[in-house]
Write a protein that binds this ligand. Structure first.
Ligand code: ATR
Length: 266
């Protein structure tokens, strides 16, 4: 029987994951199926239990990442740090392992883009689930400094304390960062976090976790306008986190560069 994989979420019809995993499977010669599964509100556990009768693994997206965290029998350190799960895998012994590949997807993409992380001073904007998922993998890269800045300062403080990093308010930030990461939801609705222009102009790289078909978000556009030399949206991260899930399930590394070029051209 063909090994079965899926992505869980609500809504789920728009998800690119089935196409990405079909591309990886074809490219690596792995035989598998991968389907979108709509999770009815409040029914994650039942839906996942049924899937894992024969399913081997799944990705989990909005709004089910916390449910997947609770569902997993064991968690990887990345899932524990993120407090959320985006990948579930059925182990040989039948137990379900929960991982989170989002943050490692980001660091892999930053490296692909040639961003020097060793010794870098990094500003993370936002203190929600997206920000929480990326801090531990950034700290694994021997960066010099991570500062969390958030509109609601109390949330930045709580998150920063959890990871032993610095918290700041937008008003008190100094222009001292090499890499600025937008982990707020602002690019979803075309708005911007209240970051001073000077901070953008002094940075060498700006990254938005959100992505757009043309590769340009409101934040990457503003960063370029203010003199930040290099920018990227989160499309590479999307492919990278998918590739890490694929590798976890199949033990095979897909060609991410090929996948990024292919899907960017679609
Ligand atoms: P996600 O799971 O994508 O991280 P979230 O948990 O809702 O989503 O978090 C959204 C983040 O974007 C929060 O840090 C939010 O700031 P607040 O904690 O102050 O709400 C941030 N955000 C959203 N709109 C913003 C805006 N206009 N300016 C600055 N930050 C914004």
């Amino acid at each position: 029987m063909t090994d079965r994989y899926a992505v869980f979420g609500n809504p789920i019809a728009h998800s690119l994951s089935p196409k990405i995993h079909a591309f990886f499977a074809k490219d690596t010669g792995e035989e598998l199926s991968y389907e979108p599964i709509l999770v009815p509100e409040g029914r994650f556990k039942e839906t996942a239990r049924e899937f894992f009768c024969d399913g081997k693994g799944c990705n989990v997206t909005v709004p089910c990442k916390l449910d997947a965290y609770d569902f997993a029998d064991i968690l990887t350190p990345y899932a524990e740090a993120a407090g959320a799960v985006n990948t579930l895998k059925k182990l040989e012994n039948g137990r379900i392992e929960g991982d989170n590949t989002d943050g490692r997807g980001l660091t892999a993409d930053l490296k692909r883009l040639g961003v020097k992380l060793d010794g870098a001073k990094i500003l993370v904007m936002g203190a929600g689930g997206a920000a929480r998922g990326i801090i531990r993998p950034l700290l694994d890269e021997s960066v010099a400094l991570v500062t969390v800045v958030n509109r609601t300062f109390e949330k930045a403080k709580k998150l920063a304390e959890h990871f032993g990093v610095q918290a700041c308010s937008y008003e008190d930030l100094s222009a001292n960062y090499n890499v600025i990461i937008n982990a707020t939801s602002t690019s979803l609705n075309g708005t911007l976090p209240p970051l001073a222009d000077e901070i953008l102009s002094k940075a060498s790289f700006a990254y938005d976790l959100m992505y757009k078909p043309n590769g340009e978000t409101t934040f990457t556009k503003k960063a370029l306008e203010k003199g930040c030399t290099k920018v990227a949206d989160g499309f590479g991260m999307l492919i990278m986190q998918a590739a890490l899930s694929f590798e976890l399930w199949r033990g095979v590394k897909p060609d991410v560069t090929k996948a990024i070029s292919y899907f960017r051209a679609c």
